[in-house]
Every structure is written in structure tokens, then in C-alpha cells.
Design a binder for this molecule. Sequence first.
Ligand code: ATR
Length: 278
Amino acid sequence: MPKTLLGLIGHPLGHSLSPQMHNEQFRRLGLDGYYHLFDTPTEELQESVQALRQLGTAGFNITIPYKVSVMAYIDRVDSSAERIGAVNTVVRENEELVGYNTDGEGYLESLLAVRSLEQIKNANILVIGAGGAARAVCYALSLRRPNNIILVNRTQEKAEQLKSHLEDIASIEVVPKEEAESRNSEYDILINTTSIGMSPETDRSPWPLKNVKTSALCSDLIYNPWETRWLKEARKAGLDTLNGSGMFVNQGALAFKYWTGQEPDRKAMHSLVENHLK
Ligand code: ATR
């Protein structure tokens, strides 16, 4: 009897930890599932989705660069993913492939491990970047109605677009970089959603920490490297820090729950990621 097929569609997939993270949980829970990597060139995205559908997949994850384009090849998109404008998790429900986005809630759950809901509601939050990850994070934050979200991006127009998607549910200000920097002492939570700090070419700080409150939290969505230059600077300055490993684990755990109806062991998932990357 073949195992239920799950997996990750993206390109390039490199050393994704998702298969190990999910397969260990299938084993632990005695579930008949197996999570594969489906490294898919752009011209084959539709075929990959079709093939998984025909093989009776229970669902799959989608990553860069297909979180938007996959929506054309599935049957339905849930309202949160539609608002975020991206799908990272597809679930087979009866005969339909339904798209969800677990990135934003995954992030929020990791934030709630270090800040209370009350603190988030009272917070002024600086979000650096306005790409897909920022959209998911800002949506999840907006649902908790923080005091203010200050959005800054290299391309300001993209930040304006993000704001227009969410301004009916949250207070969002788009601010030029110089002004956002001059307001550093306002922020309670600073979130880097850009790729600055991920590779040797971008091994620099995405945001200066001058005048930032000592009670502030610096949160980077990057988890490889485990501690970016920015988080190192923040830690040395005595600030609280949060890397992206919790978001990665939680987005996976939420997808796992959609597919199986069961709660995986997030601590074990996190240990696995930490053991590989720290
Ligand atoms: P993701 O899905 O990971 O969010 P994305 O949609 O390509 O990826 O968004 C990347 C974000 O990082 C964008 O906000 C991008 O800024 P632009 O909108 O101006 O492109 C930001 N970014 C990437 N590299 C950057 C760099 N070298 N300097 C400043 N911002 C950068």
C-alpha cells in the first residue's frame, strides 16, 4: 500500500529541511504519509500540480517562486490567503485542491512565544520590506490590531500597495527610510522581512539600531544563518531577538495539521531545525 504523498513545490529547493521535519512527525504519529521535494522549473508548475492531484496527494507546500502563480492551478483559495495574495499550503478537500497561507499565523505564533497579545496590541511595529513574506506577516499582525504598523521598503510604491490591502483592518503608515530611522525610539518590535543578511553578498544590517528602546524586540524572518549580523548586533546591544526558525516550524506545523488533522510535536520539529542550523 503506497504512502500518502505530500511535499514541497519550488525552485531551487536546495537543502530544505521540510522533508525531514514532516517525515519525522509522520513516523512519530504512525501516519501513512511521506513528504518529498518536487524541484519544479517554471514551465512545469502546472504539470507538477496536476501530477500530485492525479497521484491522490493529501496536499503540499509551495515556496519561492510559486506562492502566487500556483493559485491559477488549484480549485479554491481561502479568504486569508486571498487577502495575503499568496498560497504556501495546498490541502486536498474531497476532490478539490484548496490554497491556504500558514506563513503569517506561523510568524504570529512565534512572536507570541516572546511577547504577549497585550504587548502586541500596544506595540508600534516597524516592518522592513514589503514582499510576500511582509504581506503574510502584516496580515497576521493586523488581525491583532497593534497600535501602529510602520512600513518601510526600498521601493516605497510596494509598501503603499501592501498598506492599501490592509488599511481597513489596521493602522499602517508608509514612511520613507530617513523618517523611519529618525523615529527609532518609537518602536517596540522591529521585523526584518527582507533577504538582507541571508547570503554573504548581503551580510549587513538591514536597519540601524541607534536610539532603539532597550525593551524592543528585533525579529528577523531569516533562520539560515541562525543569527544574522543584525540579530547579533541587537543581542549585543541588550535587545531581545527572535530568528525565523519559529515561523518556519509553525508554518509547517499548521500545514501538517491541515493535512492530517493532528497536532505535530513542534518542540521536536524545532530541535531538528536547530540541530541542523545552529
Ligand atoms: P519574500 O517572498 O521573501 O518576501 P520578495 O517578495 O521578493 O520575497 O520581497 C523581498 C523584499 O526584500 C522586498 O521588500 C525587497 O524590496 P523591493 O520591494 O524594493 O524589491 C526587499 N529587498 C530585497 N533585497 C533588498 C536589498 N538589497 N535592499 C533593500 N531591500 C531589499
